[in-house]
Design a protein. Structure first.
Lengths: 406, 539, 523
C-alpha cells in the first residue's frame, strides 16, 4: 500500500540526516569522550564511549549499559500468531511460555538462514521479534493465511541492555520490586512513570543481565533511573567493541559477521543452513511444517551439509581475526569469523567456519595462519587450533536463582 | 601511395578504441571521419557561445575501466564525476529521490511503502547476481555455438562453468530474468507505481520496447553493468561532456602515432579479389590499407559502403532484416539560470543527477504505444539532467546546460520523413512536460538543439537514429549480434571487420565492442595482445 | 473411510488422461470432479435451447498421438478431413489454408504462397525440434541425468543435421516476436495477421512483443492424426472427446465421482494422505494428483504454512489471468461470411486483418480495457454436425481477444459493451448476421473462472510465456510434476508443457509418478 501524500511530504526532509539518533542519544553523547560513532541499522551507535578495555571490564565486574534501540523489532499479534511463528521460525513456539524469551532463527525455502534473533512472548498471542536485519516483506508474505498482524516497532520502542554482576543490584536499587523472581529468559512488566517497562533476564554477554524495553518517550527517564541507582554499583555506558568481546566469550554469533544472512549474500556458496552455523539444536522437526524444514531434512538425509561453525582455542596470544584455517598446515579448510584474547578465560579464543568433514569428523591437525601487522611488517604465524565447545566461558551468576547482588 | 595497416571508418568511441589498441600494437592506423570533428555520438560541441553540449550520449559509466587504463585516458583528460542524486517527479506534487546513502535511499522508498523499501534490498541482490554473471562476458568475444571450433567450444564451456556457479534455483531464476519484461519483474518486488517506474527506466532506455515487453529485464542489466571507479551500478558524467571521452581517446591514439582524417566521408570500401584493401572517399580520394575496420553500423557498412556482389546473399538478407529502429530523441538546452522545481525541498541534491517525470509503468508503456503507431510520445519519458550542477566547465558561471533524452521518438512519422515542423512540435512536447513541473522554465531557455532520429542519422550516421546500432533483443544479442555466424567482428569479406555497437555486447558508451574487435584483429594477425587488459575480475 | 492408491482432483482432460495411465499401471484410481460431467473446459454445453457448443476449447489441434495410442482412442473421433483456416478480409475475401497449417493455400498470389511455404517449412522444422521436449519431464538443473543430456545432444545433432544455417536460425528465432517473422517472410496482411493471431491467442502478448513467436511454435508442435498443424472439429463438440477419454480411463479401471468438490488436501508430517470433500467426507490415498490449477492446489487446498514462503511467493507471481472471451451465438440460419464458400465455413475463420490489428487489439489489454477492435477465431460447428443446432439453425462459437480478466471498468458494465463491439466486428464480415441471432452467450475470463473453476479464467493455467515454461512451469520448485508435499503431484495445463487439448501434462505426470514409485520400491 502506498502512503498518502501528506505523510510522504512530511517525511521528505529525511535526507538531511543520514544517521538517526537513538532515544538515548542525549545521554550517550553526554558521556561520550571518543566521538567514535558508527552506523547501526541507520542509527548512530558508539564503538566506545571511553576506554574500551574499561568498558569490557564493566560488563564482567560491575554493570554495563548498552543501547539496543537500533535493533530491528517487530510486534506480532493475533490469534494466529503462534501458528505463524511456528511456520516462520525453526524452534517450537508453542513450547515458549508466556513471559518467556527464546533465541531462534528463520530460514528460506532452501533452509538457508535469513537471520537469528530473540522472540519475546508477551502474551497468549502477542510477541516481539528482535533481530539484526529487516524482514518486513518476508514476514508479511509468510503471514498469508494466518490471522496475525505484523508491525515494525523499532522506532517506537527504546531498549537497553544492562549486563554484569551488579545488574540485578541496580534494578533492585532502582525500585523494580519483584525483579529477583525473573529466571533466565523470563519477562516481567514493571511500573515506570505511569507506564510499563518490560524487563527480561536476557542478554548478549553470557553474564548476569537484563534487557529493558520502554516506549520511546520514557527512554531518558529510564536511563536516569538506572544511572541514579547504579551510581555506587559501578554502572557504565559502553559501546559495541566491549560488548563484542563479551559475546565472543559467551560463544554467541552475530548475523553478517559469523554467517551471511540469506537475503544479503550475493554469492551462493556463502549461504548457510542452521546446521552449518551451530543452530541445529533448535530445530524441531516434529512440529508442523516450517520454512526450510524439507530442505534441512533433505540436507541431513543426503549428507550435503557443507560447513560447520566451531569454537576454537588457538595457541599463543595473538587473536587470529579473519585468519585462514588449515589442516596439517596445508589444506585450507575455513576461516575465523571472530576472535579475541579472552580476559576471563585467559585464552586466545575464536569462532570459525570450517568445511566439513573438518570440524566434524576431522577435528585434529587444525592450524590458523595469522598475519600480525607490527610496525609495517607482517609477522606470519602458524598456530595450532583446537576445537572446544562454546560457550568459552560459563558464569554461574548468569543463571543463579535468585540472582546475586554482586 | 601510402598503405596503412588499418583504416578505421568512423571516429566514434568504438572506432577510436579499436584504433587506439591497433596503433599501440604497432599497426599504422588511420581513422577516417565524415564530420569535421571526431566522437560520433559521444561529442561535446559548442553550439552557442560558452556552452558545451553533450549532444547525443550524455552519461558515462558503462565505459570499461580496463580500456581507460590500457589507453591511458586519464592522462588524456578523462575524468568521471558521480551523480549525487536524482528524482522522479510525481503528478501529485511529490517526488521519489534516489540517494547514494544506503539508509537515505531506503527511507526515501519507505516514504511510499515500507515494504517496497525493504524489498529493494532483495531486488538489488538479485539484479547484482545477474550482473555478476553477465559482466565478464562483455569483454569476451561471443562464442559461436555451431562452429564446432575448439576455441568456440572452449568459450561455451567457460559460459557453462559460469552458469554452473548458480544454484539450480538461481539458474531457473536466470532463465526467467532473461525473458521477462521489466514490468513483470518489478511486480514481483514492488507495489508502488513510482518506484516501479523509477526502476524500470533502465529497462527501456535506448530500446524500441516498452516496459511490458519481454526481454526488457535484460536491458536493465545492460544499463546496470556500469560502474564509476569500482562503484557498480553508479552513474556519472564525463567532465567536459561526453566529448571528453572521445577527445581523450583521440588524443591517446594520436600520441601513439595514429592519424585522424576528419571531414572525410567514406563512399565505398574497396574490395579486390574478395579482400578489403582500402576505401574510396566521397571526394574521390582513395586510402589504401591491409585491412578496413568499420565503426559504422552493420546496415551502413554492408548496405551502403560495400557492393552487394561482394557479399553472400544469406548474409545480406540478415543485414537487411537487422532491427535498428530509432526510438529516442534528444533535446539539449542552454539555460540562463538554474530551473526551479517547487516539488524539491530546500537543500535537495536531486538536481545533481537524473530527473524524470514518468511516475508509472503505464505512462511509460503508453508512450511506447505512440511509437509503435509511428508517432512521438505525447507524454514522453524523459531522462533529464543538468550536468553543470556538477561540472562547471560546460557553461558560463551561473548558467546551465540541460540534457533531455526523450523516449519514444520514431525514425519516421507515421511512415513519412520528419519535417522541421515535426521536429519543433516534438521539442514543444518536451518543453511542455518540463514546464509542468518547473514554472518559468521556458523563459530561461537561451538556445536549444533538437535531435530526432533524423538528425541523429544525418550527423552521426546511425541508421534510423538507433543509438545502440541495433536493438537489444534476444535475436540480436551475443552470438546473434549482428548476424549469426558473423558475431566475432569479422565479415564475409576478408580484411573487413566491424567494431561498432552493432556487435557484441552492444550499445552504450562502453568501448567493449571496439576493444573486442581489436583483439580479434590482432589474433588474426598473430600479434601480441599484451597491451590489452583482460576483463577485471568479478569477485 | 475408503482408501485408494491414487486420488485425482479434477476430471478435466488432463485429469482423465492421468487417470487412464495410472489405472493401467495397476493403481486403484479415483477421480473427483466438482461438476456433474467429465471434461472441464472440453465439455459440450447447451447454451440455448437446442443449441450446443464446445464449452471452452473448440478446435482439436494437439491431442498427442501417444495419448491416443496408449488410451486406445478411436481415430474415427475425427472422421472426415481436417478443416481449413480462413484469414478473413472483408474487402479482398479470405486467404484459405488447407491441410496442416497451410500445406496448400488458396486466394493468395503465387509469390506469396511460395513465401508462406518457405516460412512454414522453417517453422515446422523448428517446431519439430521443440516437439521432442513436450513429452519429457523438463530437466532439473544441477540434476541433469544421462537421459536429459542425451536429449539435449540429440536436439543439437538434429539441428545440425539440417545444416549450420538452420541451427543458427533456430537459435536466433526461438525468442523472436512473430511480427518480425511475418515481416521477414510475408507481404499479405491477411496471412501476417493470421500468424500474429495464432501466435498470441490465449497469451498476454501482442505480435510485436519479443518471444511472441513461441506461441506459434507451440501451436505447430501440435499434431492430429500425424498431421502437424492439423485441426479438427469433433462431431458432437468437444464433449465427444471428453467422453472418449473418460471411457478409456474407466476401461483402464479408474473410477470417477462427479459433483464431489474437494475442500482440502489432507497432509500428515508433510505428506499428502488424501482429501476432504466439501461435504466433509474424507478419502485416503497414497498419491494425490491434482489436475486443477497449481495455485488452487497449493494455496487453497493445503493448510496455511504447509508450503514454504518462497514457494507461495512464486505462486503469487505466476501470471495467470485470462485474456480471451468465449462467445456462443445461436443463429436461426447459417450466416454468410462475405467471400467464403459454404464448404469453407466449416473451418476456422480468423478475423485478424493485419499484424497492426492484433497489436492494436492488444494495447488496451495492458491497461485493463478490452479491445476496441477485437480479433477472434470463429467456428460454426453445426455446419459439420447438424446435431448441434435445430434444423436450419446454426451455432457460432468464437474465441475473442483481448478481454482482460481485470477490466478496469468492471465486467458488469463492460460485458454488454464488449458483446456489442464483437458483434459489430463480426458484422463487417457477415453483414446479415445480427438479425439471425436467437441467443448470445459471452463468457469473459471471470465467467470462465466461475464456470470451469479456472483461476483467472486462463485456459493454460498460467501464461504460456518464455519465463513460465519448462523448468519454470508452473514455477521452478514445482516443475517436474512434483510438489514439496510428498505424494502430491500436479498434472494440469499449469505444468509442462502447457495448455491446449493435448493430454500431455496428464500423461507426463502419470509416467513420472509411475517411474518415481518404481524407483522408490527398488530402493
Amino acid at each position: 500500500m502506498t502512503l498518502d501524500l501528506a505523510t510522504r511530504k512530511a517525511a521528505q526532509p529525511h535526507f538531511h540526516t543520514l544517521l538517526l539518533e537513538s532515544p538515548f542519544h542525549e545521554r550517550l553523547a553526554a558521556l561520550d569522550k571518543t566521538n567514535d560513532w558508527y552506523g547501526w541499522a541507520g542509527h548512530k551507535a558508539p564503538h566506545a564511549l571511553d576506554d574500551e578495555e574499561l568498558e569490557y571490564f564493566a560488563i564482567r565486574s560491575t554493570a554495563a549499559v548498552f543501547d539496543i534501540s537500533p535493533m530491528t523489532k517487530y510486534r506480532i499479534t493475533g490469534p494466529g500468531a503462534v501458528a505463524f511463528l511456528d511456520r516462520l521460525t525453526v524452534r517450537n513456539v508453542a513450547k515458549l511460555g508466556i513471559n518467556r524469551v527464546h533465541y531462534t532463527a528463520w530460514c528460506d525455502d532452501h533452509g538457508h538462514v535469513l537471520d537469528d534473533g530473540t522472540l519475546f512472548r508477551l502474551g497468549e498471542s502477542e510477541f516481539r521479534l528482535c533481530c539484526q536485519e529487516r524482514h518486513l516483506p518476508w514476514l508479511l508474505d509468510s503471514a498469508e493465511g494466518f490471522a496475525v498482524d505484523i508491525r515494525e516497532e523499532t522506532g517506537e520502542v527504546a531498549g537497553l541492555a544492562l549486563q554484569g554482576p551488579t545488574s540485578y543490584a541496580i534494578l533492585k536499587e532502582a525500585g523494580f520490586a519483584g525483579v529477583e523472581a525473573l529466571k533466565p529468559f523470563q519477562i516481567g512488566g514493571f511500573a515506570h512513570e505511569g507506564c510499563t517497562v518490560t524487563i527480561s533476564r536476557t542478554g548478549f554477554t553470557g553474564d548476569l543481565g537484563y534487557e529493558l524495553f520502554v516506549p520511546r518517550a520514557l527512554a531518558l527517564s529510564l536511563w536516569d533511573r538506572l544511572f541514579e541507582a547504579g551510581k555506587f554499583l559501578g554502572i557504565r555506558a559502553i559501546g559495541y567493541t566491549a560488548l563484542n568481546r563479551a559475546r565472543i566469550e559467551a560463544g554467541f554469533i552475530v548475523a553478517n559477521a559469523d554467517f551471511m544472512t540469506a537475503e544479503t549474500a550475493l554469492r551462493g556458496n556463502r549461504l548457510r543452513l542452521p546446521d552449518e552455523i551451530g543452530l541445529d539444536w533448535m530445530i524441531d522437526l516434529e512440529k508442523p511444517n516450517f520454512n526450510g524444514r524439507r530442505a534441512i531434512m533433505a540436507a541431513r538425509a543426503g549428507k550435503t551439509l557443507k560447513h560447520i561453525l566451531v569454537g576454537m582455542e588457538i595457541d599463543g596470544n595473538v587473536p587470529p581475526e579473519h585468519a585462514l584455517v588449515y589442516h596439517n598446515k596445508r589444506r585450507e579448510v575455513g576461516i575465523v569469523t571472530a576472535a579475541i584474547w579472552s580476559p576471563l578465560a585467559k585464552r586466545n579464543i575464536a569462532i570459525a567456519s570450517l568445511e566439513r568433514p573438518y570440524g566434524e569428523r576431522i577435528q585434529d591437525g587444525l592450524w590458523v595462519e595469522i598475519y600480525a601487522l607490527r610496525e609495517l611488517q607482517y609477522q606470519k604465524l602458524m598456530k595450532r587450533a583446537r576445537i572446544v565447545p562454546r560457550p568459552f566461558v560459563t558464569l554461574a551468576r548468569r543463571s543463579a536463582n535468585p540472582p546475586g547482588l554482586f | 601511395m601510402k598503405i596503412y595497416d588499418a583504416i578505421i571508418i568512423g571516429g566514434g568511441h568504438n572506432g577510436l578504441v579499436t584504433a587506439g589498441y591497433l596503433q599501440r600494437a604497432g599497426l599504422e592506423t588511420v581513422v577516417v571521419e565524415k564530420n569535421p570533428w571526431v566522437g560520433g555520438a559521444a561529442t561535446s560541441r559548442e553550439l552557442t557561445p560558452g556552452f558545451l553540449y553533450s549532444n547525443c550520449s550524455y552519461v558515462c559509466s558503462l565505459f570499461r575501466p580496463e580500456i581507460m587504463r590500457d589507453l591511458e585516458l586519464p592522462k588524456h583528460g578523462l575524468q568521471i564525476i558521480s551523480y549525487e542524486g536524482g528524482a522522479v517527479f510525481t503528478r501529485d506534487g511529490d517526488y521519489l529521490a534516489s540517494y547514494r546513502d544506503h539508509d537515505a535511499h531506503r527511507r526515501e522508498f519507505a516514504r511510499y511503502s515500507a515494504r517496497d523499501a525493504e524489498s529493494y534490498e532483495r531486488y538489488a541482490r538479485d539484479v547484482t547476481r545477474q550482473c555478476r554473471f553477465i559482466q565478464p562476458l562483455l569483454m569476451r568475444t561471443a562464442p559461436d555455438p555451431f562452429s564446432c571450433k575448439p576455441r568456440d567450444i572452449g568459450e561455451l564451456l567457460y559460459l557453462a562453468k559460469k552458469f554452473g556457479e548458480f544454484s539450480p534455483a538461481e539458474m531457473a531464476a536466470t532463465l526467467r530474468f532473461w525473458t521477462m519484461s521489466i514490468a513483470d519483474f518489478l511486480d514481483e518486488y514492488f507495489e508502488t507505481d513510482v518506484i516501479k517506474a523509477y526502476l524500470a527506466l533502465s529497462g527501456i532506455i535506448g530500446t524500441a520496447l516498452g516496459p511490458m515487453s519481454p526481454g526488457t529485464a535484460y536491458v536493465l542489466l545492460h544499463h546496470y553493468m556500469g560502474e564509476v571507479d569500482g562503484s557498480v551500478g553508479a552513474w556519472g558524467y564525463a567532465r567536459g561532456g561526453m566529448g571528453a571521452v572521445t577527445k581523450a581517446l583521440a588524443s591517446s591514439f594520436l600520441a601513439a602515432g595514429g592519424v585522424i582524417r576528419t571531414g572525410s566521408e567514406v563512399d565505398k570500401v574497396i574490395v579486390e579479389g574478395g579482400r578489403a584493401v582500402g576505401i574510396a572517399l566521397a571526394n574521390g580520394d582513395e586510402v589504401r590499407a591491409r585491412m578496413v575496420v568499420s565503426n559504422a553500423d552493420v546496415k551502413r557498412t554492408f548496405l551502403k559502403l560495400v557492393e552487394p556482389k561482394e557479399l553472400p546473399e544469406p548474409f545480406l538478407h540478415r543485414v537487411k532484416h537487422f532491427k535498428m529502429r530509432g526510438s529516442s530523441g534528444k533535446v539539449n538546452i542552454a539555460l540562463d539560470s538554474l530551473p526551479e522545481f517547487p516539488a524539491l525541498p530546500e537543500g535537495s541534491q536531486c538536481m545533481r543527477g537524473d530527473m524524470h517525470f514518468t511516475d508509472s509503468i503505464e505512462r511509460m508503456e503508453r508512450a511506447y504505444d505512440d511509437w509503435k503507431a509511428g508517432r512521438w510520445s505525447a507524454d514522453p519519458f524523459l531522462d533529464m539532467m543538468i550536468p553543470t550542477t556538477l561540472d562547471p566547465t560546460m557553461a558560463p558561471a551561473g548558467k546551465h546546460f540541460m540534457s533531455c533524452f526523450v523516449q519514444y521518438c520514431p525514425p519516421k512519422v507515421e511512415g513519412r520523413d520528419w519535417t522541421d515542423a515535426d521536429r519543433d512540435a516534438f521539442a514543444e512536447t518536451v518543453i511542455k512536460q518540463i514546464s509542468d513541473y518547473s514554472p518559468g522554465f521556458r523563459d530561461r531557455i537561451i538556445h536549444m538543439e533538437v535531435r530526432t532520429p533524423r538528425e541523429i542519422e544525418q550527423e552521426v550516421g546511425l541508421t534510423e537514429g538507433n543509438i545502440f546500432q541495433g536493438e537489444l533483443t534476444f535475436d540480436q544479442l551475443l552470438f546473434n549480434r549482428p548476424v549469426p555466424g558473423y558475431a566475432q567482428y569479422r565479415s564475409p569479406i576478408q580484411g573487413l571487420y566491424i567494431c561498432g555497437s552493432s556487435t557484441h555486447p552492444g550499445g552504450g558508451v562502453m568501448g567493449a565492442p571496439g576493444r573486442n574487435a581489436a583483439a580479434e584483429i590482432l589474433r588474426d594477425l598473430d600479434r601480441s595482445r599484451s597491451h590489452m587488459s583482460a576483463a577485471h575480475d568479478v569477485l | 473411510m475408503t482408501s485408494f492408491d491414487t486420488i485425482i482432483i479434477g476430471a478435466g482432460h488432463n485429469g482423465v488422461v492421468a487417470a487412464g495411465f495410472l489405472a493401467k499401471s495397476g493403481r486403484k484410481v479415483l477421480v473427483l470432479e466438482a461438476a456433474d460431467t467429465a471434461g472441464g473446459g472440453a465439455r459440450t454445453v447447451e447454451f440455448a435451447p437446442g443449441f450446443r457448443a464446445s464449452g471452452l476449447a473448440h478446435v482439436v489441434n494437439r491431442l498427442h498421438p501417444q495419448v491416443m495410442s496408449s488410451l486406445k482412442l478411436d481415430r474415427t473421433l475425427f472422421e472426415g478431413e481436417a478443416v481449413p483456416t480462413l484469414a478473413l478480409d472483408a474487402q479482398r475475401g479470405p486467404a484459405v489454408l488447407h491441410g496442416g497449417y497451410g500445406e496448400t493455400l488458396e486466394g493468395v498470389s503465387e509469390t506469396e504462397a511460395g513465401a508462406f511455404a518457405a516460412m512454414r517449412k522453417k517453422l515446422l522444422l523448428q517446431a519439430g525440434v521443440l516437439k521432442s521436449f513436450l513429452t519429457r519431464k523438463p530437466p532439473r538443473p544441477g540434476d541433469i541425468g544421462l537421459g536429459d543430456a542425451l536429449q539435449l545432444g540429440l536436439t543439437g545433432l538434429s539441428l545440425l543435421r539440417h545444416g549450420r544455417q538452420e541451427a543458427r536460425d533456430f537459435a536466433r528465432m526461438l525468442l523472436m516476436n512473430v511480427a518480425d517473422i511475418a515481416d521477414e517472410y510475408l507481404t499479405d496482411d491477411r496471412l501476417k495477421g493470421l500468424i500474429a493471431f495464432d501466435a498470441t491467442l490465449g497469451i498476454h502478448l501482442g505480435p510485436r512483443s519479443p518471444t511472441s513467436l513461441l506461441g506459434l511454435f507451440y501451436r505447430l508442435t501440435g499434431e492430429v492424426l500425424g498431421q502437424a498443424g492439423g485441426q479438427y472439429l469433433p462431431k458432437g463438440g468437444m464433449g465427444t472427446l471428453a467422453r472418449a477419454l473418460e471411457t478409456a480411463a474407466i476401461a483402464a479401471g479408474a473410477r470417477l465421482r462427479f459433483s464431489s468438490p474437494v475442500a482440502q488436501i489432507l497432509t500428515e508430517k508433510g505428506s499428502a494422505i488424501g482429501v476432504v470433500l466439501k461435504n466433509g467426507e474424507e478419502l485416503r490415498a497414497t498419491e494425490v494428483v491434482s489436475a486443477i490449477h497449481p495455485v488452487t492446489t497449493l494455496q487453497t487446498f493445503l493448510p496455511a504454512g504447509e508450503i514454504d514462503t518462497g514457494l507461495s511467493r512464486s505462486l503469487r507471481h505466476i501470471r495467470s489471468k485470462g485474456n480471451v472471451a468465449k462467445l456462443h451465438l445461436a443463429l436461426d440460419r447459417v450466416p454468410v461470411f462475405t467471400g467464403v464458400s459454404l464448404k469453407d465455413q466449416r473451418g476456422r475463420l480468423v478475423i485478424a486483418p493485419s499484424v497492426d490489428h492484433v497489436e492494436n487489439a492488444f494495447n488496451p489489454a495492458k491497461y485493463g480495457a478490452f479491445s476496441a477492435d477485437p480479433v477472434m477465431e470463429i467456428t460454426l460447428p453445426s455446419m459439420g454436425d447438424l446435431s448441434l443446432a435445430p434444423p436450419g439453425a446454426c451455432v457460432l462459437s468464437a474465441l475473442v481477444q483481448y478481454a482482460p480478466y481485470d477490466l478496469k471498468e468492471g465486467w458488469e458494465n463492460g460485458k454488454p459493451r464488449f458483446l456489442e463491439t464483437i458483434l459489430s466486428t463480426i458484422e463487417r464480415y457477415a453483414p446479415d448476421i445480427r438479425s439471425s441471432i436467437v441467443a448470445a452467450e459471452l463468457l469473459v475470463p471471470p465467467d470462465i473462472e466461475a464456470r470451469y473453476r479456472l483461476p483467472g479464467g486462463h485456459w493454460h493455467h498460467g501464461e504460456l510465456q518464455a519465463d513460465q515454461l519448462l523448468i519454470n512451469r508452473p514455477t521452478f520448485a514445482l516443475s517436474g510434476y512434483e510438489t514439496p508435499v510428498e505424494g502430491l503431484y500436479l498434472c494440469s495445463a499449469g505444468s509442462h508443457p502447457g495448455g491446449g487439448l493435448s493430454g500431455v501434462p496428464g500423461m507426463n505426470a502419470a509416467r513420472h509418478i509411475i517411474a518415481a514409485s518404481k524407483a522408490r520400491s527398488r530402493r
